[in-house]
Design a protein around this ligand. Structure first.
Ligand SMILES: [Zn+2]
Length: 191
C-alpha cells in the first residue's frame, strides 16, 4: 500500500545542485550550498526533503518532552534507542522529521543521535542553567553596590538595613539596644 499511490514514480535519487540550479524550484543556487534559499530543498536528499521549519521543530521538541515526561523518561529512552537508528527522536518519527548528517545528507546514525540528544543537550542545557543560576545569584548578592541604602533584595523585602557599629563602645550599644529601652533621645553620636 505505502508508496503505490504516488504516480509518476517519485525520484529517490539525491537532488544535486551541481549545475548551479535547484531542480525543484529552478532557482539559481551555489553548487556547494546545502539548502536551496528558494524552496529549502536539501542537496543530496530525495526531491521534496526540505529543511524543517522552526514551528514544526519547536512542536517536535515539546512533543518529545511530553513523551519523555509521560513515560517517566524510561519509555521515551527505550523508544529512542530504536528511532535513533534512523536519525529520529520518537516525536520526529510521529511528525515525519529526521536528522541528517550535514556532510553526507544521510540520516544521522545511532551514535551521532545519542551524542546529539543526550550528551550535548545535557551538557549545553546544564551549562546554560548553571550559568544563569550563577548570574542570578551574583546579581542579587551585589545589588548593595549600587543601591543607595546598601540594600540587598532581602533588605528591600524585609525593610531592613545593615549598619556598622564597630566604632561604638560596647556599653553604649548595650544600653542603646536593650530590649526594655524606651525611645532613645535623638542626639549626636557618643564615641
Ligand atoms: Zn529550490
Amino acid at each position: 500500500m505505502v508508496g503505490t499511490a504516488v504516480a509518476p514514480p517519485w525520484p529517490a535519487d539525491p537532488v544535486s545542485f551541481a549545475d548551479g540550479t535547484c531542480p525543484r524550484c529552478g532557482r539559481q543556487v551555489d553548487p556547494v550550498t546545502l539548502v536551496c534559499d528558494g524552496c529549502r530543498q536539501v542537496a543530496g536528499a530525495p526531491m521534496g526533503v526540505v529543511l524543517g521549519d522552526p514551528g514544526r521543530r519547536l512542536g517536535q521538541y515539546l512533543l518529545d518532552i511530553a513523551l519523555c515526561l509521560g513515560t517517566l523518561g524510561i519509555g521515551w529512552f527505550v523508544w529512542s534507542l530504536v528511532t535513533w537508528k534512523s536519525g529520529q527522536t520518537p516525536a520526529m518519527r510521529i511528525m515525519k522529521l529526521r536528522v541528517l548528517h550535514g556532510a553526507t545528507s544521510r540520516p544521522a546514525r545511532w551514535l551521532r543521535m545519542f551524542v546529539r540528544e543526550l550528551v550535548v543537550k545535557m551538557v549545553v542545557v546544564g551549562a546554560v542553567t548553571a550559568a544563569s543560576f550563577a548570574a542570578g545569584v551574583l546579581l542579587l548578592d551585589t545589588m548593595l553596590l549600587w543601591d543607595r541604602g546598601r540594600r540587598q533584595v532581602w533588605d528591600e523585602i524585609a525593610s531592613t538595613i545593615v549598619v556598622d557599629e564597630s566604632g561604638v563602645p560596647a556599653h553604649v550599644l548595650a544600653e542603646a539596644w536593650a530590649p526594655a529601652a524606651t525611645a532613645a533621645p535623638v542626639g549626636p553620636p557618643v564615641v
